[in-house]
Design a protein around this ligand. Structure first.
Ligand code: NDP
Length: 331
């Protein structure tokens, strides 16, 4: 397909352009709010059209799909415009700043008959898929708890709007908790019903939180413990799933790379678990293209993006109020 990139962003430059081209996709245009940024980005990446006018690019019928990776507050309006123009849309997380805006995006795509997907890359990882397969195969029995360790150190080149601009959707909760919410939903196949949480500015955040810890109650009764931060240089990432017949330890897997180790521990002993080391973003694009071709769903649908945002915003509200919050996902 012929694509427009909406947002001259780091994620597009570092991961998505390669993933799209690797899947044989034609990158026809890039849209930025700043004309010079659009031009520089287009030149750097060999994209023929650079524009600061989204409407003009969307009016081109040759463009069939749009990848949105602008700052978070822009996703809603840009996605609605792309859907109204008849495009297939892959949108970055968080889908929007509010759950109702995100749900509106999903509804619009459904009414227009277009694929609308969320770029939750972690569920595309071979490691995460292997963990889910172990759970589904009953290897750890009944799931009792999931611990998510996602406290990282935000690199200097990303310490912009994420750490000081609430209006652009800054803060670790919309940035990383939203991913962890998707991981929990993907692995356990259920959505938290309520959360308790605390958040803090621990050295990087100015006017937004840079650290959060929360506990989520799942419908099955399983408990989820989740930790996200921008300020932890050496914490390492990972997840653990504990069941009444075994435990899964996945270390170093909350990342953009196909790396990390998985170990299964049961009464039979310890075993290392192999997984496919494919590129996470390439897998996401492959699943998106299949969905456009009418074969299956994208890796993370728009509905998945609404649900992950609902969890993340409930975490923030629980931390703000000090009160347990219900997770309300619109039907
Ligand atoms: P960037 O800060 O790199 O880019 C976001 C926007 O900020 C750009 O679209 C651009 O706006 C503007 N911008 C970027 N650099 C500059 C600059 N030097 N000067 C002025 N403006 C600039 O963001 P990210 O790539 O980190 O994130 C973009 C989106 O992707 C977010 O929604 C984020 O949550 C998501 N993301 C998802 C990941 C995933 O794995 N799924 C990983 C990382 C991010 P404009 O285009 O208008 O010029």
């Amino acid at each position: 397909m012929r694509w427009a990139l909406v947002g001259a962003s780091t994620i597009a430059a570092q991961h998505m352009i390669g993933a799209l081209r690797g899947a044989g996709q034609d990158l026809a245009a890039v849209v930025s709010t700043t004309p010079t940024r659009a031009t520089d980005f287009a030149r750097a990446h060999g994209i023929p059209v650079a524009s600061a006018q989204l409407d003009r690019v969307l009016a081109d019928p040759a463009i069939e799909a749009v990848y949105i990776s602008s700052t978070n507050e822009k996703h809603h309006g840009q996605a609605l415009a792309a859907i109204a123009a008849g495009k297939q849309v892959l949108c970055e997380k968080p889908l929007a700043l509010t759950v109702s805006e995100a749900a509106e995006m999903v509804r619009a795509a459904r009414q227009a008959g277009r694929v609308f997907a969320t770029n939750h890359h972690l569920r595309c990882a071979g490691s995460h898929r292997a963990v889910r397969d172990l759970i589904r195969a009953g290897r750890i029995g009944r799931v009792l708890s999931l611990r998510l360790f996602h406290a990282v150190h935000l690199p200097p080149h990303l310490q912009g709007w994420r750490i000081d601009n609430p209006d652009a959707g800054g803060g670790v909760i919309p940035d990383i908790t939203v991913h962890d919410a998707d991981v929990a939903r993907f692995l356990l196949g259920e959505t938290p019903v309520s959360v308790v949480a605390q958040m803090a500015a621990s050295g990087m955040g100015q006017g937004v939180e840079d650290s959060a810890m929360s506990v989520w109650t799942m419908p099955s009764g399983a408990m989820v413990l989740s930790h996200e931060s921008f300020t932890h240089p050496f914490a390492g990432s990972g997840l653990e799933v504990h069941g009444d017949k075994g435990s899964i330890f996945a270390r170093g897997v909350m990342t953009q790379q196909p790396v990390g180790e998985i170990e299964l521990v049961t009464a039979q002993g310890r075993e290392s678990v192999p997984y496919s080391p494919h590129n996470l973003y390439a897998q996401g694009i492959s699943d998106f293209l299949s969905a456009v071709a009418g074969q299956g769903s994208p890796a993370a649908t728009g509905e998945d993006g609404v649900a992950s945002l609902a969890v993340a915003l409930a975490v923030r509200e629980a931390a703000r109020t000090g009160q347990r919050q219900p997770v309300k996902v619109p039907a």
